[in-house]
Design a protein around this ligand. Structure first.
Ligand code: ADP
Length: 542
C-alpha cells in the first residue's frame, strides 16, 4: 500500500520564496570597508531575480557552472541562490588555495563565468589566462584593489551595472536531484576533489540543521557565518538563514577577532560559527565586550579542545558546540546537544562529552569499521576504526574523478579517513585523521587527544602534535607549541603537566616552541606544513 500524500520536489526555490514572501523585512547585513550595509530579504530576492536575468544575458548554459571568488557578503548570498534557482550550478572557489589548484578546480568544473570581489582580483587576475572555459569575469566592487585594463579572451563586467540593466526572472526548478552547487575539498593531498550537492541534499541538510538537537536555528536568530561561504557549503548556514528568515550577518573581508566581536556586539548575533582557530583568537578579544546575545557557537572543521570550550563557558556562560563534518557530508553530520541523561554529571564530565563529536545528525547513518578486519567495532569507547557515513546529504562519488573508488565502499558508504571510537551512548570521538595518527612501535597515539591535553595548560595558546621518524619506534610525537604572550613555559614544565594526564608512552619526545601554528586554506592547523618544516628534525631520544 502506498501513502496518499502529495509529492513535491525539495528544491531551493522553496527556501528562496519563503524569504521573499514571508520574511521580506528581515536583513542580510554585510560588513564592508565603507561600513555596515543592510539589505532586506525583499531587496535581496529582487536582486537575485535580476541576477538570474544577468545569467541569461551572458549566455550561461542551462546547467552552467557559476564560479564565485568572494568574501561572505550579501552579493555572495545573491549568487548562492540565483545560480541554483535558475538551474545553474554555484561553484564557490576557495580564495586561499594555491594558484595551480585554483586553475585546476576552475578548469575541472568548467566554470563559464566567475564573480569576483574587486579586492580579490590581485589573487584571481593573474590566473585568468590559465582558465580554459571562463568567458566572463564579473567584478563585484568592494572598494579596494586595482582592476587590470583587460583580460584577453574574457569579457569583463561590473556587477552593479549588469544588475541595473537586467530584468527579473521567474525561478522554476522541478527536479530535486538537479545539481545546485559544488565545492572542492581543500586538497591537502593531491588535487582538490569536487563534491556536487543537489537541491534535495541542500534542502534536507538545512532542515536537519534547524532541528533543536542540532543548531536549532529559527526566525529569531541572527546568524554570523564566520566560516567562509566557500568552505564546505558554508556549513549550510546560508540556506538555513534564508529558509528560516533569520537575519544573516556577513563579515566581509575583515575576520580579525576584534571585527568579529564588534559584529556580535553591534548586531546582537545569536549564532556565530567558525573553525576552532577563529574562536581561539576571539577569546583574547572578549575583555569588556558584551556578547550576551550569543546562544550558540557551533564549531568544527577540526577538534575543539576541551579547554577552549570551557574557556567560553566560564567567560560568557555558553560552551562551544562541537560539530563534525566534511565537504563530502554537506557538511553537518554529527554533533549537537548533550543527552538529558547527562544532566546530573559534573561540569567536568559534561565538558569531556562536549569534546566528543556527539551523535550523528538525524538523517545520517554511521558505522565505525576496523581497518584490518572490516568488522564494525564494539560501542565501548575505546575500540578504534574508520568512521564511515551514509545518508541523503552524503556524497556518493566525486565529480569526474578517478579517485572516487578509494573513498567509497562497495556498499556505498563514504570512507571519511577519520579514525573514531563510539561509546555506549552512541557518542563518537575522533581519535585522528588516518594520516595524522602517530604510529609509535605498532601502537597509535592520538594527536588530537594529546593536543587537547597540551592546550589545557594555561600558558599554551595553540598546539599541534605531529609524528616524526624515530629509528627505534618508527614514529614519535613532537609537540609544536605556541606560548601565550607574557607567559613562559619550558619543555620540562609542559611534560610534568602532561604526566598523569596521558599515558607515559604518549609523552612527546620533544617540544618545539614556535611563533604560530601554520594554517590551511580553511583556517585549520596545517600539520602538512609542520611536517615539512620539521622534515630534517632528529629527536634527542633517537
Ligand atoms: P578538508 O578535508 O578539505 O580539510 P573539510 O572541512 O571537508 O576540508 O575537512 C573535513 C575533515 O575535518 C574531517 O574529515 C575531519 O578530519 C576534520 N574535522 C571536521 N570536524 C571535526 C571535529 N569536530 N573534530 C575533529 N576533526 C574534525
Amino acid at each position: 500500500m502506498q501513502g496518499l500524500m502529495q509529492d513535491g520536489p525539495l528544491v531551493l526555490t522553496h527556501f528562496f520564496e519563503r524569504a521573499e514572501t514571508l520574511f521580506p523585512k528581515k536583513e542580510v547585513v554585510t560588513s564592508t570597508r565603507a561600513g555596515i550595509v543592510r539589505e532586506t530579504y525583499g531587496e535581496w530576492a529582487h536582486r537575485s531575480r535580476l541576477l538570474g536575468g544577468v545569467f541569461d544575458q551572458l549566455g550561461i548554459s542551462a546547467d552552467g557552472r557559476i564560479g564565485t571568488f568572494a568574501w561572505n557578503t550579501a552579493r555572495h548570498l545573491e549568487l548562492y541562490f540565483a545560480a541554483p534557482c535558475s538551474g545553474r550550478v554555484l561553484h564557490t572557489l576557495n580564495i586561499r588555495l594555491f594558484p595551480e589548484q585554483i586553475t585546476y578546480v576552475v578548469n575541472h568544473a568548467e566554470d563559464e563565468v566567475i564573480f569576483v570581489d574587486r579586492s580579490l582580483l590581485a589573487i584571481l587576475g593573474p590566473l585568468v589566462s590559465t582558465f580554459t572555459t571562463v568567458k566572463h569575469l564579473v567584478i563585484m566592487d568592494d572598494g579596494a584593489g586595482d582592476i587590470p585594463a583587460s583580460f584577453p579572451g574574457v569579457a569583463v563586467h561590473d556587477y552593479e551595472e549588469l544588475l541595473a540593466a537586467a530584468s527579473p526572472v521567474e525561478f522554476h526548478v522541478t527536479d530535486e536531484n538537479r545539481a545546485a552547487s559544488m565545492c572542492y575539498t581543500s586538497g591537502t593531498t593531491g588535487n582538490p576533489k569536487g563534491v556536487v550537492y543537489s537541491h534535495r541534499s541542500n534542502w534536507l541538510h538545512a532542515v536537519a540543521a534547524m532541528t533543536a538537537d542540532s543548531l536549532g536555528a529559527c526566525e529569531r536568530d541572527t546568524i554570523l557565518p564566520v566560516v567562509p561561504m566557500f568552505h564546505a557549503n558554508a556549513w549550510g548556514l546560508a540556506h538555513v538563514g534564508v529558509a528560516t528568515g533569520a537575519n544573516l550577518v556577513m563579515p566581509g573581508p575583515d575576520l580579525s577577532p576584534a571585527a568579529i566581536v564588534d559584529l556580535i556586539e553591534s548586531e546582537r548575533v545569536t549564532v556565530a560559527a567558525g573553525v576552532p582557530t577563529i574562536w581561539m583568537g576571539v577569546l583574547e578579544a572578549l575583555e569588556g565586550r558584551d556578547v550576551s546575545s550569543l546562544r550558540a557557537i557551533p564549531c568544527g572543521g577540526s577538534a575543539v579542545p576541551k579547554s577552549l570550550s570551557e574557556a567560553y563557558r566560564v567567560r560568557i556562560g555558553i560552551p562551544i558546540q562541537q560539530a563534525w563534518g566534511m565537504t563530502e557530508t554537506s557538511p553537518l553530520a554529527s554533533g549537537g546537544q548533550l543527552k538529558s541523561e547527562f544532566d546530573d554529571l559534573s561540569e567536568d564530565e559534561r565538558a569531556d562529552l562536549r569534546a566528543t563529536i556527539g551523535m550523528v545528525s538525524i538523517g545520517v547513518d554511521f558505522r565505525v569499521v576496523d581497518q584490518v578486519t572490516g568488522e564494525r567495532v564494539p560501542w565501548d569507547g575505546h575500540s578504534r576504526g574508520e568512521l564511515q557515513v551514509s545518508g541523503p546529504w552524503i556524497a556518493r562519488e566525486y565529480y569526474n574523478d578517478s579517485r572516487s573508488p578509494e573513498s567509497f565502499t562497495a556498499d556505498g558508504w563514504l570512507k571519511t579517513g577519520d579514525v573514531a571510537t563510539v561509546d555506549e551512548h552512541a557518542y563518537l570521538r575522533i581519535v585522528d585523521r588516518t594520516k595524522d595518527v602517530v604510529k609509535s612501535g605498532g601502537e597509535w597515539i592520538s594527536s588530537v587527544e594529546l593536543e587537547n591535553e597540551i592546550m589545557a595548560h594555561p600558558a599554551v595558546a595553540e598546539a599541534a602534535v605531529i609524528g616524526l621518524k624515530h629509528r627505534k619506534w618508527g614514529e614519535r610525537p613532537l609537540a609544536c607549541v605556541v606560548v601565550r604572550p607574557d607567559m613562559e613555559l619550558t619543555k620540562d614544565e609542559l611534560l610534568t603537566f602532561l604526566d598523569g594526564r596521558v599515558a607515559k608512552w604518549w609523552l612527546p619526545d620533544d617540544v618545539a616552541f614556535i611563533d604560530a601554528v601554520p594554517r590551511t586554506s580553511v583556517g585549520k592547523f596545517s600539520k602538512l606544513e609542520l611536517r615539512q618544516r620539521f622534515a630534517d628534525y632528529t629527536f634527542p631520544t633517537d
